[in-house]
Design a binder for this molecule. Structure first.
Ligand code: F0G
Length: 460
């Protein structure tokens, strides 16, 4: 028997490096003030470890860089498109595959075609851009995740699951107003939590009963599949690729941000089987994305995506990916920091409401924690709480808070090593020891939607 070692090693060696630079606390305090306490407004060169997002921030493999050189830049019918088509088709079996410049472009095209006033699109939890694109068409974006999914301390293995009872009730009374149903794998806004195969299958059955198409928001499909392999009885010995294929076999289409589990820096796609929808998507896509065989991307981007989709289902990669996120989360847990459990796939989520009970929700505890983490250690995370999902009532001017107050520390794919993560653990431990000194924030300026990207804040 081969011995199993506890140390997680990155299943790659490093061929190309990019320097990162430490700044002083005094410098970072000035940057924070200048950025109005909004970390999106800080220059990336002034950040040491950037855990803002796992989207488009991954490192490509030598094989992907090699494929980029071979990219076919023909305007129509380029070879790279057909390579990308083959990779997507191999995993999903969808007939129509339209590349887009990123995930939200696929969303905008899809919801622009199926959404309108009076309609409802249910999902386990809509991500911010998905919600914004649906609401932009005056359609209601409804979150129906199971109750355990809203409790940061619940240890349910599939906290991304759809609440099937609520979905059935909704379908019974409203199916005429539901153009499609979505499932986000993994459930990003709910803590990067997976959806079980059983739940995908049952959601499919309910949708089928009412003849409603089911779409996956598939950004992190491979991470979701790996969780199924680890946690769902009956899948221990099934390959991740087979699990992925089964997941897609229950749905009618998918929106994809390739910046996540296609291991590229830019790109996405919209894929499905419906022939009539395909004609409309092609026409709408041409307006903003370009000719359907390049969809807003260079041929080399498509070539990198074709290769990335093969690498992402490799189990050595996924084992390292999921284990290293787990390692980070468990260390914070041991240090007494309240983290969302079980630890998600692409990120660790800190429950700022529990960690900073002295800061009321109206003073944005997760954003206050994000700023403190940057101030102390040069680390950038992102608030997923009332700054991102809260709203100001246009009539009363009153703040309606979000469901949870989380600080997400998202891990770029194949970028940071274990010592970077150990440094983050040390910084967070120090921040936690001095947490009583962290002060709340207030919003001083905000746009009408997706306010977290550009809002300005100040100490409360
Ligand atoms: N759906 C989910 C579940 C996402 O996480 C994202 C992006 C999108 C759709 C949109 O894709 O960025 O390519 O347009 N999430 C990033 C994040 C931005 O930081 O979680 P996109």
């Amino acid at each position: 028997m081969d011995h199993t070692f506890d140390t997680i090693i990155e299943p790659f060696r490093i061929k190309s490096v990019e320097p990162i630079r430490m700044t002083t606390v005094a410098e970072r305090e000035a940057f924070l003030k200048e950025a109005h306490y909004n970390l999106f407004l800080i220059k990336a060169e002034n950040i040491l470890i950037d855990l803002l997002t796992d989207s488009g921030t991954g490192a490509m493999s030598a094989a992907q860089w090699g494929k980029m050189m071979e990219g076919d830049e023909s305007y129509a019918g380029c070879r790279s498109y057909y390579d990308m088509y083959d990779s997507v088709h191999d995993l999903t079996k969808f007939k129509h595959i339209f590349p887009t410049h990123q995930g939200r472009a696929a969303e905008r095209i899809l919801f622009g075609l199926v959404g309108s006033e009076g309609k409802i699109i249910p999902n386990n939890t809509h991500f911010d851009t998905t919600r914004a694109n649906i609401e932009f068409t005056k359609t209601e974006a409804l979150d129906l995740v199971i109750e355990e999914g809203k409790d940061p301390a619940s240890l349910h293995p599939f906290k991304g699951n759809m609440d099937l009872e609520k979905l059935e009730q909704l379908m019974e009374s409203q199916h005429k107003n539901i153009p499609l149903c979505m499932l986000t794998v993994t459930n990003n806004s709910g803590g990067g939590q997976p959806v079980s195969m059983e739940n995908i299958r049952e959601t499919h059955k309910i949708c089928k009963k009412y003849d409603i198409p089911l779409f996956l928001d598939a950004c992190r499909f491979a991470e979701n599949a790996y969780f199924i392999k680890l946690r769902e009885p009956g899948y221990e010995n099934t390959s991740v690729k087979k699990i992925v294929q089964e997941m897609f076999s229950y749905v009618d289409g998918a929106t994809m941000s390739s910046k996540k589990d296609a291991l590229v820096n830019i790109g996405g796609f919209l894929a499905f089987n419906d022939d009539e929808l395909a004609v409309n998507v092609q026409n709408m896509g041409i307006l903003t994305e370009g000719y359907p065989t390049y969809g807003g991307l260079a041929g080399r981007d498509l070539a990198a995506m074709a290769q990335g989709l093969k690498e992402v289902v490799e189990e050595d990669y996924l084992e390292y990916r999921i284990k290293s996120t787990q390692y980070f989360g468990e260390a914070l847990d041991k240090a007494g920091i309240p983290v969302m459990k079980p630890i998600g796939g692409h990120a660790v989520y800190i429950d700022a409401k529990a960690m900073l009970p002295h800061i009321p929700v109206s003073q944005l505890p997760a954003q206050a924690l994000a700023c403190e983490l940057y101030r102390v250690g040069g680390i950038r995370g992102v608030e997923i709480g009332s700054l991102m999902f809260g709203k100001r009532d246009p009539e009363t001017g009153e703040e309606i808070p979000g469901t949870m107050e989380l600080l997400r520390l998202a891990i770029p794919r194949r970028v940071y090593t274990q010592s970077h993560i150990d440094y983050c653990i040390e910084v967070l431990d120090l921040v936690n020891q001095n947490k009583e000194n962290i002060k709340g924030l207030k919003i001083t300026k905000q746009p009408p939607f997706l306010r977290h990207f550009s809002a300005e804040l100040a100490p409360a």
